[in-house]
Design a protein around this ligand. Structure first.
Ligand SMILES: [Zn+2]
Length: 184
């Protein structure tokens, strides 16, 4: 018998966890690493856990973020999002769990997906650097996608029109002032 065996195992597990938490986030998923690599220099950010966190298990993630777990609207929105920020601050969270099919398609044979995801990172970078405007995020994404399409890194069939529509609708919402109360 080895006394305190479970204690040693627990400490090993904790050590492994600490090592994993300190590992560079970009190295964890080939798709995210590839997307980060194609960001233009002016949109780059350090690809470390302070700036980019990959979520594999959303329920586990919620346990560490009780504020998000308690907000039903944000919690469910983030559950289905590919990427999000919680506050207008780093890190960007990439929710890879429900989107593994996208990563698999990239891994198999569709390198252009990395460029589309770089657009998503550019969008979230806007929020992470303090700008909560959805129009500003969508514009950054649209402009980068447009550049990638002109360079033939995104296929001609990649639908930029829908993204542009989303941007215009967000802009209209954000610039519409609340109606004035009726005068007596
Ligand atoms: Zn956004």
């Amino acid at each position: 018998m080895i006394p305190n065996r479970s204690c040693i195992l627990l400490m090993t597990a904790l050590a492994c966890h600490a090592w994993a938490a300190g590992a560079p986030a970009c190295g964890e998923a080939p798709l995210i690493r590839a997307a980060w690599k194609v960001l233009p220099a002016e949109l780059r950010f350090p690809c470390d856990p302070a700036h980019l966190v990959i979520i594999r298990d959303y329920e586990q993630f919620l346990k560490a973020h009780p504020d998000l777990a308690a907000n039903a609207v944000l919690r469910e929105r983030a559950r289905h999002a590919f990427a999000f920020t919680i506050t207008p601050a780093w890190p960007i969270y990439v929710n890879l769990g429900p989107h593994q099919a996208i990563a698999d398609a990239f891994n198999r044979s569709q390198p252009w997906i990395a460029f589309a995801i770089a657009g998503v990172l550019a969008h979230e970078r806007v929020h992470a650097t303090g700008n909560l405007s959805e129009a500003a995020g969508l514009l950054a994404e649209f402009q980068l996608d447009q550049l990638f399409q002109s360079q033939r890194n995104l296929p001609p069939a990649f639908d930029l029109h829908e993204l542009e529509q989303q941007y215009r609708s967000a802009l209209a919402q954000e610039t519409t002032r609340p109606a004035e109360p009726p005068k007596p």
